[in-house]
Design a binder for this molecule. Structure first.
Ligand SMILES: [Zn+2]
Ligand SMILES: [Zn+2]
Length: 129
């Protein structure tokens, strides 16, 4: 009784993972090459120009941050140098955080605290007394 015959062997798993990684790499390599053909080798932020070996520092940024969205016309791509690319992503993380802070845990705590409820009660003047 081969109990494991429905499971993938470790070998098969490794092969599948390797295949996925290879495809991912090919896909990424594909759009980078396309973008480099499509756009001048200039960082869209700091306008630094690239040539030859330097071009390794020029990366493809996905404007909608979706790496699977690769239209052939390059409308979702932007060439950014490593530094500006890094900055671009840090900035968007900070923007995300700013959004979250609209309902900060402190605010939540305060509005749910018994003290806030007490203050509310004492703050109101009884109308009939
Ligand atoms: Zn740059
Ligand atoms: Zn990016």
């Amino acid at each position: 009784m081969a109990k494991s015959h429905r499971k993938l062997s470790e070998d098969e798993q490794n092969r599948i993972v390797a295949k996925m990684l290879k495809e991912q790499k090919e896909r990424q390599g594909g759009y980078r090459e396309q973008a480099l053909k499509l756009f001048p080798w200039v960082c869209a932020r700091c306008m630094r120009e690239f040539e030859g070996k330097n071009v390794r520092e020029l990366t493809v940024h996905h404007i909608d941050h979706n790496h699977d969205n690769n239209p052939a016309d390059g409308s979702n791509w932007e060439l950014l140098c490593l530094y500006c690319h890094d900055h671009e992503h840090t900035r968007s993380i900070q923007e995300d955080r700013a959004d979250v802070s609209h309902s900060s845990p402190e605010e939540e705590l305060l509005s749910h605290s018994p003290f806030a409820a007490l203050a509310d009660r004492f703050g109101k003047k009884p109308e009939n007394q």
